[in-house]
Design a protein around this ligand. Structure first.
Ligand code: XBP
Ligand code: MG
Length: 233
């Protein structure tokens, strides 16, 4: 029986990419006097590379005209980007997407277990949960799997397999909530039924295999539809 929800973070819990991650990257690039910045469209193209360090690495591979950075330099820039991202989130600039808080509360009231499976850095998740759900935000979740804790980021199944393991959960009892094709591939490869809640950046991606594709989890009967979907499929 359905008793566990596993949430992606960026794009699913909150629309963080365009106005928080992208802006934090650009601020870090400017502070370090790097001669490039990511506009909304460019950043959207590079979202196909999951993980901020990996994304920056791929961008530099594609742009030999910019100074090529070592992995250590990329890691240093990325640490600064994380601090700047946390500042943006702590300022209250990022809200949960519609329907998320209601779904979390409903799941808790039903005694379901909640997990997080994300590619982003643990500090970012902590800051987002604290600023949107309050100091106790993290305690909503029984396990948070984030970032470099697994060798391979989405679309590999590693992070979902890691979270399933940590929760001691069977894939058949779980529902994954994702916003992107990379996230969907990761969850499906781990054997999870998956609902997609698309964003401006992910609309139009290939969501073959998703049990539902929603515009947001706040669609009038979305939580009910999610549960129905589990029971039918
Ligand atoms: C989306 C990502 C992340 C963020 C940036 O993660 O791919 O890399 O864009 O975060 P999710 P970092 O799985 O939550 O959709 O810079 O910390 O990697
Ligand atoms: Mg996502």
């Amino acid at each position: 029986p359905l008793n566990t929800l596993i949430f992606d973070v960026d794009g699913t819990l909150a629309d963080t990419e365009r106005d928080a991650h992208r802006v934090a990257f650009n601020r870090a690039f400017a502070e370090m006097s790097l001669d490039f910045a990511w506009d909304v469209e460019t950043y959207g193209r590079y979202l196909k590379v999951t993980g901020g360090k990996e994304r920056l690495g791929r961008f530099l591979d594609d742009h030999p005209q910019y100074p090529q950075l070592s992995d250590a330099d990329i890691a240093r820039i990325h640490r600064r980007k994380t601090a700047l991202y946390v500042e943006i989130v702590q300022s209250g600039a990022v809200a949960l997407r519609p329907g998320v808080a209601r779904l979390l509360r409903a799941a808790r009231a039903a005694g379901w277990r909640l997990g997080i499976a994300t590619t982003t850095t643990p500090d970012n998740v902590q800051a987002l949960l604290a600023s949107t759900l309050g100091e106790m935000g993290e305690s909503f979740f029984h396990y948070i799997g984030a970032g470099d804790i697994v060798p391979q980021k989405k679309p590999a199944p590693d992070i979902y397999e890691h979270v399933l393991d940590a929760l001691g959960a069977n894939p058949e009892d779980c529902l994954a909530l994702e916003d992107s094709e990379n996230g969907l591939r990761s969850a499906l490869a781990a054997g999870l039924t998956t609902v997609v809640t698309q964003t401006d950046y992910t609309r139009g991606q290939d969501f073959t295999g998703a049990v539902r594709v929603l515009d947001c989890l706040g669609e009038p009967d979305a939580p009910a539809r999610i549960i129905e979907g589990m029971q039918r499929d």
